[in-house]
Ligand binder design. Structure first.
Ligand SMILES: Nc1ncnc2c1ncn2[C@@H]1O[C@H](COP(=O)(O)OP(=O)(O)O)[C@@H](O)[C@H]1O
Ligand SMILES: [Mg+2]
Length: 269
């Protein structure tokens, strides 16, 4: 793999949030219905993600992080509460928001390029050639130039997740949601991808205005986040919202870094 993640995406029609958050979730409640019983999962959760902000949702296992992210992405309807994209209520998945999953969710019978173009299948405004061009360029940005015709089964975990990243980039979303995107990768691969991802996602030529990630890896959170929303055990409410103001790239050996790690651990304990 020659290049790392680079950003060359230009979005001339990017709608920029001038005031207010790009995404806001207001008073979200969610009860899963299990047979006759109700399982309360989210109990009045509010958060927002502003322009150029990398927001992480964290909390104990099973507290409702993935559920919350699916609600934000319009994949699941909350029992009550509202999610808004640039002040417009989100009631179903929309093209401005895309999602990267923990387990890659690639189609094994399609090549890397075909997996990325498949993600564009609903884009009737693009010709087949345009889709291919976009997908090729997204794969290159994600560090997979030369791997266009390789099948997922022949790719390492890190490379599969790069295909997932490319698929999200090709959609040129304005908001990107990631559910534990590094957690099924080995440490070294995950570390490598984390180092590249912030500048790829949030930079002036990227259409992406905001990122919301779910993670329970404290060091990863401190390395990447501008803001951290800490949830309680289920049913989840917001325990704390922290702003991490530290220059990037962040020095994982600095005292400041350790202080943030300690603080988060104590909130999650
Ligand atoms: N589709 C579902 N139906 C019923 N219960 C669910 C469903 N999805 C998740 N749950 C339950 O909701 C709770 C929160 O799940 P989840 O959002 O996946 O938590 P997290 O991502 O924080 O680990 C868990 O107890 C889980 O078992
Ligand atoms: Mg989860």
């Amino acid at each position: 793999m020659s290049s790392g993640l680079e950003s060359r995406h230009i979005a001339p029609d990017k709608i920029v949030a001038t005031t207010g958050p790009v995404i806001s979730a207001e008073h979200i409640r969610l009860d899963y219905k299990k047979e006759k019983e109700q399982l309360p999962v989210l109990d009045d959760v509010s958060l927002n993600a502003c322009k150029d902000e990398f927001v992480t949702i964290t909390g104990p296992s099973g507290c409702g992080k993935s559920t919350l992210l699916r609600i934000i992405g319009g994949l699941l309807k909350p029992t009550s509460g509202t999610v808004k994209f640039l002040n417009d209520p989100i009631t179903k998945p929309r093209t401005e928001i895309s999602m990267i999953f923990q387990n890659f969710v690639l189609l094994p019978w399609r090549t890397a390029l075909e997996n990325v173009t498949f993600g564009l299948s609903s884009r009737d405004d693009l010709s087949e050639d345009q889709k291919k061009e976009r997908a090729t360029s997204a794969l290159e940005d994600a560090g997979l130039k030369g791997f266009e015709n390789v099948y997922p089964g022949e790719l390492s975990g890190g490379m599969k997740q790069r295909v997932g990243i490319a698929r999200a980039l090709a959609l040129e979303p304005q908001a990107l949601l990631m559910d534990e995107p590094f957690s099924s990768l080995d440490n070294i691969t995950a570390d490598h991808l984390r180092k590249e991802i912030y500048s790829l996602l949030i930079n002036p030529s990227s259409p992406i205005q905001t990122v919301i990630m779910v993670s329970h890896n404290v060091e990863e959170i401190v390395e990447l986040s501008d803001k951290v929303v800490v949830l309680s055990p289920r049913p989840a409410h917001v325990v704390a919202t922290l702003k991490i103001e530290m220059p990037r790239p962040r020095n994982k050996k600095s005292e400041e870094f350790f202080a943030w790690v300690d603080k988060l651990y104590s909130l999650l304990a």
